[in-house]
Design a protein around this ligand. Structure first.
Ligand SMILES: [Cu+2]
Length: 129
């Protein structure tokens, strides 16, 4: 299992809710079940999946994410993401935060996420609002 390109979107001013994103690459020949992702930067987190129903973006809390053997998955805006609640309001763009991925088999994988303003994301023009 490798985790790359992890980042946390800086909450918009006045908000304490945001999301974290990363790429997962399985190096396992078993399915990997991600139960939870915690962050030192947030009091509470949820796994969310986004769906686009007739042009309306919705996101829904999920109990786990399963990565097929050898598969790659992107947690990305408009797709699966980690919702962060009660985020540390002292975070600034260019800071880092530690995410910890908790798998069903008991494995925990720490990863350093950069903190990015939405304006730092090169593809932010393509997001659905
Ligand atoms: Cu969400």
């Amino acid at each position: 299992m490798t985790v790359s390109d992890a980042y946390v979107r800086l909450p918009v001013p006045g908000q304490t809710m945001t999301a974290a994103f990363f790429r997962l690459q399985s190096t396992s020949d078993e399915p990997l079940v991600l139960n939870r992702v915690s962050c030192g930067c947030a009091q509470r987190t949820e796994l969310h999946a986004s769906t686009n129903a007739n042009g309306i973006m919705k996101m829904r809390k999920q109990s786990s994410f399963t990565l097929a053997p050898g598969a790659r998955a992107d947690f990305a805006p408009g797709d699966w993401h980690v919702m962060l609640f009660d985020v540390d309001t002292s975070l600034r763009s260019s800071d880092t935060a530690e995410l910890i991925l908790h798998f069903a088999d008991g494995e925990t994988v720490p990863v350093t996420a950069s903190i990015k303003s939405v304006f730092d994301e090169p593809d932010h023009k393509h997001h659905h609002h």
